[in-house]
Design a protein. Structure first.
Length: 96
């Protein structure tokens, strides 16, 4: 089993690991928008304080899904966004 698929909790599979909460939240939203419930696992102090310790990445966030959703989650996360998605996102962004 690769580190990417290592289960941290019984019945859950890590489908991605990011450095930082923002990217993790984006990936979690992408999965949830596709109908796959996801959760984040991280060291409590890392995302809040941005703590780094040599040899230990406390800002690392793991995205977990149910084992039976892992294959679909990998497919969704590995699929690149369509061309022009950035322009569409900017155009659809509400004005502040």
């Amino acid at each position: 089993m690769s580190p990417r698929e290592e289960s941290h909790k019984q019945g859950l599979t890590v489908v991605a690991t990011t450095s930082g909460m923002l990217r993790a939240e984006i990936l979690k939203s992408k999965l949830e928008n596709a109908g796959i419930p996801a959760m984040l696992e991280y060291e409590a102090a890392g995302p809040v304080l941005g703590i780094t310790v040599p040899g230990l990445n406390l800002s690392q966030v793991r995205i977990l899904v149910a084992d039976q959703d892992a294959a679909d989650a990998h497919r969704i996360l590995d699929t690149p966004p369509p061309p022009g998605w950035e322009e569409e996102a900017i155009e659809s962004e509400p004005e502040s």
